[in-house]
Design a protein around this ligand. Structure first.
Ligand SMILES: Cc1cc2nc3c(=O)[nH]c(=O)nc-3n(C[C@H](O)[C@H](O)[C@H](O)COP(=O)(O)OP(=O)(O)OC[C@H]3O[C@@H](n4cnc5c(N)ncnc54)[C@H](O)[C@@H]3O)c2cc1C
Length: 425
């Protein structure tokens, strides 16, 4: 060790993705002395590869009846698909899968629905609370989000989902081909129907946004150390020895916000979780602007296209696999082919390929909780497909819990120990 630094009354945040940055910003604002560790700095990790959608209209957990059907089909399917389970990993994955199926039961699913709805409702206000108006306006645009359908049959098949969202107060508008063309003239012909979610915010540069959130923490006195945390050791006096890159610090509280890498720390700290890494893939046609105004989900291809500052971005896939599995480039080739079919003018552009690990719990809800084993250890991970969206409310709740205040959102559905094989709440 090169340095032994005592930081009594300080909080260490492990991870500076969207979630870690928001936790740090809230904790520092609330009077803590925060040190953030991340070898890549702010806004890299999985956060960097998102399509930048603040997807508050998603209020149903993935473990719906349709979700279960798709997951069980993926478990049997040997071919490349947008939803995949690494077959060698299947035996190890079974407890997760069993819990996923268990949470699709009517009672558990309804509870998950309510919990997700509340997290989504509070997500944008919580983000606005830590960013000043100018920074928010500079980084966030209320562009809406569109899901497009090739056939009336597919559009009608999604009616039950629209009905559920309407029932819960989600703003949406059904569009025919003409209305869609007026809003998104760049989309190719043949798209017959669409659903517009008009109130969704979008950021065209996720790294810049998360860095701006991290900057709030730094301006208020937090420190960023670009090092990987190797271990967190609880001490007899209730503090924690955090070892990182040959350095060590003593902290009173530790927040684990390391995305898909959080489960390792939870296990070492006595709270093993039924968590799985879920890989997503993306490609960016560098500098390309095809004239798209908002993010668009192509329901047939199960992928999302979006106009980003870096270029035209296409993302897809949920690949459940051990976290050290190498990426399968065929996913990116598929995305490139879809993009070129839609927009032939993209041919010849440089393409950046990306893949990253989501952190996914069987019920699709994040873990936002204090450890039941070690007082002073807080968990903020498991946000799956919605970590950018829910980063703000996660930071707000973690900071309230760490300060002994009642959080703005009841964290009972987000407990770290909610899974044995069925949810405990
Ligand atoms: C293709 C794709 C598109 C997506 N699009 C959206 C979207 O539009 N909207 C949305 O809401 N969500 C989206 N998501 C989900 C979202 O990306 C994640 O939920 C979110 O990034 C999770 O943020 P995080 O901060 O928890 O994790 P991450 O962003 O992964 O950050 C974790 C950080 O922890 C660091 N770390 C890991 N181990 C250590 C260690 N030992 N010491 C120190 N640091 C460590 C890593 O370097 C990393 O920077 C998408 C995901 C994918 C894959």
């Amino acid at each position: 060790m090169t340095e032994l630094e005592s930081i009594k009354n300080r909080v260490v945040v492990v991870g500076a993705g969207a979630v870690g940055a928001c936790c740090a910003a809230y904790l520092q604002r609330d009077g803590n002395d925060v040190t953030i560790f991340d070898p890549d700095g702010f806004g890299r990790g999985c956060s960097e590869g998102t399509v930048g959608i603040f997807a508050t209209n998603i209020i149903a957990p993935a473990s719906s009846a349709d979700g279960v059907r798709a997951m069980l089909a993926a478990a049997r399917n040997p071919d490349l698909d947008t939803l995949m389970i690494n077959k060698e990993f299947l035996p190890e994955f079974l407890p997760w899968l069993a819990s996923f199926v268990a949470t699709s039961g009517p009672l558990a699913f309804a509870r998950g629905n309510e919990a997700l709805k509340e997290a989504q409702r509070l997500s944008m206000p919580a983000l606005r609370e830590i960013l000043d108006e100018d920074t928010f306006a500079e980084n966030m645009q209320e562009r809406g989000w569109i899901a497009v359908y090739e056939t009336e049959e597919n559009f009608q098949a999604a009616e039950a989902d629209r009905k559920m969202r309407r029932k819960h107060g989600v703003a949406l508008k059904e569009l025919d081909a003409q209305q869609l063309r007026e809003i998104e003239p760049s989309l190719p012909d043949g798209l017959q129907f669409a659903t517009l979610y008009p109130n969704e915010f979008h950021t065209a540069n996720v790294h810049k946004l998360v860095s701006a959130i991290g900057e709030v923490a730094l301006r208020n006195g937090a420190t960023l150390k670009e090092q990987l945390v190797d271990s967190i050791e609880p001490q007899k006096d209730g503090t924690f020895r955090v070892r990182a890159g040959g350095e060590e610090v003593i902290a009173d509280k530790v927040v684990i916000a390391a995305g898909a890498y959080s489960a390792k720390f939870a296990e070492e700290l006595g709270s093993p979780v039924l968590h799985c890494a879920e890989r997503g893939y993306g490609v960016t046609f560098e500098g390309a602007d095809v004239g798209l105004n908002s993010p668009v989900t192509l329901t047939k291809h199960r992928c999302v296209i979006a106009p980003m500052e870096a270029g035209f971005h296409v993302i897809s896939s949920g690949e459940f696999a051990p976290i050290d599995t190498l990426p399968d480039e065929r996913h990116q080739e598929r995305l490139i082919a879809i993009a070129l079919e839609m927009y032939p003018e993209l041919a010849g552009r440089n393409v950046t390929r990306w893949s990253g690990w989501r952190s996914t719990m069987p019920d699709g809800l994040p873990v936002i909780d204090e450890s039941p084993v070690h007082k002073g250890v807080f968990y903020a991970f498991g946000h799956s497909h919605l970590g950018l969206t829910q980063a703000g409310i996660t930071g707000a709740v973690i900071s309230a819990l760490a300060s002994g205040r009642k959080p703005a959102m009841d964290n009972t559905p987000f407990k770290v120990d909610r899974f044995s094989l069925t949810p405990a709440y």
